[in-house]
Design a protein around this ligand. Structure first.
Ligand code: BDP
Length: 327
């Protein structure tokens, strides 16, 4: 009951807010981002906001609320669904809980490399995947780069799959990601990114998995110094808009927003590439134990994910095949 009243209040408050915003000459919209200001995705968000403002000659303003000011990613998606938040930049993983087809984009060892992933995202599959989030009351605007995710932990060096056995590993709030950890023989612990540092510090979890920039930016390297470069997933980032918000805008303004988002992608990719390199160096300089696996061991990691392909292959067989066959 209490939850109902809180929700009702949030809805009324949000509607009041957006009406106020729409009533004024300038349309002010809010974008949620969990990373800090200097993170490559936030840089992409700010570029998107700049382009919207420029293209609308200052009529539309996108305010970027970074550093998880508007909540964790799962909560933010729900708020975008009912229009309390206008845009969010999020990882594909939490959105896949609402738009299942996205699972096909985040299967382990799916892409040969970053170029392969971008050929998929920039092609017809990427377009249809952006459209697929409409089922979840969202509008998919663009993709951003998040490189590859690897395991890190506070306990020991992971040199092979056997070392993962029984480890408690934090994952994103996604069923596929939980099953992936189980398939690796470890025990998954889903939680928002903001809770991971203290969970590592207090030993609630043994490890987590992420790319270099998140490992450094969220200071996880301070409390989990063993990083193994196994690159098990490449999970793209996505910017989504609220259907509620977009439906209040003219078709021209909707188009302008879509265009601005598309144009922000190459900017973000550039920022990403630079940051990935410097953050790998930062981890080294901070004295982390970094384990680079040889191709044979990587092949074992990949082979271990076969059961996941058999399970998810049923629903996404065609899509996965098309992705694999993309040049
Ligand atoms: C980072 C993504 C962020 C996710 C986070 C996580 O940029 O959107 O929330 O991983 O693991 O790489 O939750």
């Amino acid at each position: 009951m209490k939850r109902f009243f809180v929700m009702a209040f949030v809805v009324v408050f949000a509607l009041t807010l957006s009406f106020t915003a729409f009533a004024a000459d300038q349309i002010v919209l809010r974008l949620a981002e969990i990373h800090p200001a200097d993170y490559p995705t936030t840089q992409g968000d700010l570029e998107f906001a700049r382009l919207v403002e420029e293209k609308s000659q200052g009529r539309i303003k996108v305010e970027v609320y970074y550093g998880a000011q508007l909540g964790d990613e799962k909560t933010v998606v729900e708020q975008v669904q009912f229009g309390a938040i206008d845009f969010a930049r999020i990882s594909v993983s939490p959105v896949s809980e609402f738009a299942k087809d996205l699972n096909a984009l985040q299967m382990p060892y799916l892409y040969r490399d970053g170029a392969h992933m971008w050929n998929v995202l920039n092609g017809p599959i990427g377009e249809s995947m952006l459209k697929s989030v409409e089922k979840a009351k969202l509008i998919g605007l663009n993709w951003y780069d998040a490189g590859a995710r690897s395991f890190y932990n506070s306990k020991k060096e992971i040199k092979g799959i056997a070392d993962l056995k029984g480890m408690k590993i934090r994952v994103q709030q996604s069923k596929l990601m939980m099953e992936m950890i189980e398939t690796f023989g470890a025990s998954p612990s889903p939680m928002p990114m903001g809770d991971v540092y203290s969970a590592l510090q207090t030993g609630v979890i043994d490890g987590a998995e992420n790319n270099w920039p998140s490992y450094i930016s969220a200071s996880h390297f301070e409390v989990a110094k063993f990083y193994t470069v196994d690159r098990h997933t490449m999970v793209p980032e996505i910017t989504v808009a609220s259907q509620v918000t977009m439906s209040k805008l003219s078709p021209e303004d909707q188009e302008l927003i879509k265009q601005a988002a598309k144009e922000a992608t190459p900017f973000q990719i550039e920022k990403w590439a630079a940051r990935e390199k410097t953050d790998e160096e930062k981890a080294k300089a901070a004295g982390c134990t970094i384990t680079y696996l040889d191709p044979a061991t990587i092949a074992e990691f990949q082979k271990a994910m076969q059961p996941l392909y058999e399970k998810y292959g049923k629903d996404y067989a065609d899509l996965i095949k098309q992705i694999q066959e993309t040049k």
